[in-house]
Design a protein around this ligand. Structure first.
Ligand SMILES: NC(=O)c1ccc[n+]([C@@H]2O[C@H](COP(=O)([O-])OP(=O)(O)OC[C@H]3O[C@@H](n4cnc5c(N)ncnc54)[C@H](O)[C@@H]3O)[C@@H](O)[C@H]2O)c1
Length: 358
């Protein structure tokens, strides 16, 4: 589409003819509605700015933020709303704070499901799972009722993979492919560890994979990763040249990084979790470029993993659709690691389904 924006008459009057200058009309994009749950919490505190500033959906995409939290947090949420207003962000067209899931999920195109019950002292893993599965069952039902059918859902709240599975189960009108769980923080941690080990900028390491569950059974895998050194790309395995490090220290450092942050900060990772959530959703909306992303997605049994659990795989993304990277070699060591994390996901799934029966 174009419109005439002006005419020039710079020739002598006798030969005067209008030169029409035509410029394309760039219509501002329609705002999309984006929901963040747990909006009064610490991850959301960093995430909301990233979404509203254009870092996730692009610098030309206005957003209307829906903020969901529980009723006792509405006062705190009011303060967050004030701060968003005070940021004077040009892309932020409106904010809706609410404690009602159906209001929060109405017509959303993207959902960051961050809100979950934190682990309290003396709480068993199973108790935490039970509490959170109920939240994600209810939110699945609400999404099914009122969200756009093409909504892209990222579950951050733990246990993220199993919460995503349950959410999807209770939202049957939304494709299963639209429910994902976050393992991007683990990927970013792994990439950063390797960059530090090799003394290169973090951007020069790519294709580190996180397989499986976002838990201590996850498998951070550098066997297909590449690093650019002196302008030349080479396998990370060759550059590190220390198989024992890649199978032990590297794996456990990434697996235990969350606990290390809690030990130091006395609070769980929030800034880095928010950055990872932004990376995940940005790649999903705008596409991956020359590198893979790891995301928890519904398993089709690829690489001998259990079907119908939300398992983290390396994916490429184009046109808003993810695709599992095919044809990678799985070593005996990798096989053991994939089987262990797959087994845990099957157990979590069973526990979650038992809770949902109540
Ligand atoms: N996948 C990952 O890599 C990753 C990384 C870090 C943290 N996490 C998880 O993210 C979650 C949030 O972390 P945080 O540090 O922001 O926690 P937080 O306790 O600071 O905030 C959580 C917020 O969720 C809200 N909430 C609780 N139940 C809710 C419900 N039913 N609906 C809406 N909101 C609800 C709480 O009121 C609170 O404001 C936790 O489950 C944490 O374990 C995941």
């Amino acid at each position: 589409m174009s419109r005439v924006v002006g005419t020039h008459t710079c020739r002598p009057a006798a030969h005067r003819e209008a030169i029409i200058v035509v410029r394309p009309v760039v219509r501002p994009a329609e705002p999309i509605k984006v929901v963040v749950t747990g909006a009064a919490g610490q991850i959301a505190y960093s995430l909301l700015y990233q979404i509203a500033s254009g870092a996730v959906f692009g610098p030309d995409q206005p957003v209307y933020l829906h903020l969901l939290d529980i009723a006792p947090m509405m006062g705190v949420l009011e303060g967050v709303v004030m701060e968003l207003a005070d940021c004077a962000l040009p892309l932020l067209t409106g904010v809706l704070p609410t404690a009602n899931p159906e209001e929060a999920f109405k017509d959303v195109a993207a959902a960051f499901l961050v809100g979950a019950m934190p682990r309290k002292e003396g709480m068993e893993r199973k108790d935490l799972l039970a509490a959170n599965v109920r939240i994600f069952k209810e939110q699945g039902q609400a999404l099914d009722k009122v969200a756009r059918k093409d909504v892209k859902i990222l579950v951050v709240g733990n246990p993220a993979n199993t919460n995503a599975l349950i959410c999807s189960k209770y939202a049957p009108s939304i494709p299963k492919e639209n429910f994902t769980a976050m393992t991007r923080l683990d990927q970013n941690r792994a990439q950063s560890q390797l960059a530090a080990k090799l003394g290169v900028p973090v951007k020069d390491v790519k294709n580190v994979i996180i397989w499986g569950n976002h838990s201590s059974t996850q498998f951070p895998d550098a066997s297909n990763a590449a690093v650019k050194i002196g302008g030349v790309e080479k396998p990370v395995t060759a550059a590190v040249n220390d198989d024992e490090y890649l199978k032990s220290t590297f794996v456990t450092t990434v697996q235990k990084r969350g606990a290390a942050v809690i030990a130091a900060r006395k609070m769980s990772s929030a800034l880095s979790a928010a950055k990872a959530a932004s990376d995940h959703m940005r790649d999903w909306f705008l596409g991956t470029t020359d590198r893979w992303a790891s995301m928890g997605v519904i398993s089709d049994g690829s690489y001998g993993t259990p079907r119908d659990v939300v398992f983290s795989f390396p994916v490429t993304i184009s046109g808003g659709k993810w695709k599992i990277v095919e044809g990678l070699t799985i070593t005996d060591f990798a096989r053991q690691m994939l089987d262990a994390t797959g087994k845990e996901l099957l157990e979590e799934k069973q526990d979650a389904l038992d809770v949902c029966k109540d």
